[in-house]
Design a protein around this ligand. Structure first.
Ligand code: ZN
Length: 130
């Protein structure tokens, strides 16, 4: 289970509510993901959360064929994709694209968020072809 801490609590609370929350600098407005304490644009420590609409495009991806942990033995081959969101400043989020054969993935493919409950207390975001 991912550990929630003050810096990431807003993100995990968003996942529980099936909202993809992206951190936004309260001073200059720049978005960033993963959550970080400091804005890399203006060095502000102040931030808030924006909710993404959850649409974007595949910026990059890989297909993992070799399991390196028993938890992924039954999952290989699986993809890991970097999604460039349409909103929130086009930040990149890392996830998996589901509902599509790995062979059919392509750079630039439009995708839409798809929530998956992986534990009674944990929802994670995935993406599906739009
Ligand atoms: Zn800033």
């Amino acid at each position: 289970m991912p550990a929630s801490e003050p810096l990431t609590a807003g993100f995990w609370e968003g996942c529980a509510a099936r909202e993809l929350r992206i951190q936004r600098c309260a001073d200059c407005g720049a978005h960033r993901h993963v959550p970080a304490p400091l804005c890399s644009h203006c060095r502000s420590f102040e931030s808030s959360w924006d909710v993404s609409h959850g649409t974007g495009r595949i910026f990059s991806y890989i297909v993992v064929h070799h399991s390196v942990h028993p938890a992924t033995d039954a999952l290989v081959p699986y993809n890991v994709a970097v999604i460039e969101l349409d909103d929130c400043g086009g930040v990149h989020v890392t996830s998996n694209v589901v509902g599509c054969a790995n062979e059919d993935l392509s750079i630039g493919m439009p995708v839409r968020i798809a929530w998956e409950q992986v534990d009674p207390e944990l929802w994670l975001y995935r993406f599906r072809p739009a």
